[in-house]
Design a protein around this ligand. Structure first.
Ligand code: PGA
Length: 247
């Protein structure tokens, strides 16, 4: 297994933020120095270009929250990976559970989006995770394994995986450290089977109710290489409190 990759702490702002939110980004940029992790903010698409501009010259990068699989065309309301790249994003989240639920996205569609990210030169952050009933039925690894099989892009390349138990997103609930460790070890094994030695150095993020008070416990688990943070990423102080685990 490869050495520990540099951690990544990515903030998923979801459908939050208005023009004044750039002030929060400025605070994140200011507080990023001295943190031994890559920091990324994934704001709504309306902010990508202005956030890229504001973050220029800093260590904070900007990512999108979703992309269409096609590079252009008659898809009203959608954003292509190429457009995110053109606006200066370096990464895009695909397969977030809110997309899988709200927009009925399948593993095949997530795979196509991950391939689109690659085509455009973006790092895909591919999200997987079980529902509460699936965990209670002891099916977590089956579900996560199936999602990985169906969603991951062909060839390792630039890729990040985020394990986000659906029942932990926005609820304040988190799995035990042992449960997170078990799933991350399983994902690491799947990545090895799929990508060979390259799978050992891909970053596997944990996401779901990460906050400053639980970040240390969650981010020091073996095979947890950072976090995908929702609610707590909207406040610079909280986001930096989480990333500060890597100080
Ligand atoms: P949360 O969201 O941190 O608000 O639980 C995580 C996510 O959906 O990425």
């Amino acid at each position: 297994m490869a050495a520990n990759p540099r951690p990544l702490v990515a903030g998923n702002w979801k459908m939050n933020g208005l023009a004044a939110s750039v002030g929060e980004l400025a605070k994140i940029i200011k507080g990023a120095s001295g943190i031994a992790a890559d920091l990324m903010v994934c704001p709504p698409a309306t902010f990508i270009a202005s956030f890229v501009h504001a973050a220029r010259g800093s260590t904070v990068t900007i990512g999108g929250q979703d992309c269409h699989a096609e590079p252009s065309g008659a898809h009203t309301g959608d954003v292509a990976a190429e457009m995110l790249k053109d606006a200066g994003a370096v990464s895009v989240i695909v397969g977030h559970s809110e997309r899988r639920t709200d927009h009925h996205e399948t593993d095949a569609q997530v795979h196509a989006k991950a391939m689109a990210a690659r085509r455009a030169g973006l790092t895909a952050i591919v999200c997987v995770g079980e529902q509460r009933a699936e965990r209670e039925a002891g099916k977590t690894l089956d579900i996560v394994g199936r999602q990985l099989d169906g969603s991951l892009p062909d060839g390792a390349g630039e890729l990040v995986i985020a394990y986000e138990p659906v029942w932990a997103i926005g609820t304040g609930l988190t799995p035990t450290a042992a449960d997170v460790g078990q799933v991350h070890a399983f994902i690491r094994k799947c990545l090895g089977e799929r990508y060979g030695v390259a799978g050992g150095s891909l970053r596997i993020l944990y996401g779901g109710s990460v906050k400053p008070s639980n970040a240390k416990e969650l981010l020091t688990i073996v095979n947890v290489n950072g976090a995908l943070v929702g609610g707590a990423s909207l406040k610079a102080e909280d986001f930096l409190g989480i990333a500060g685990v890597y100080r």
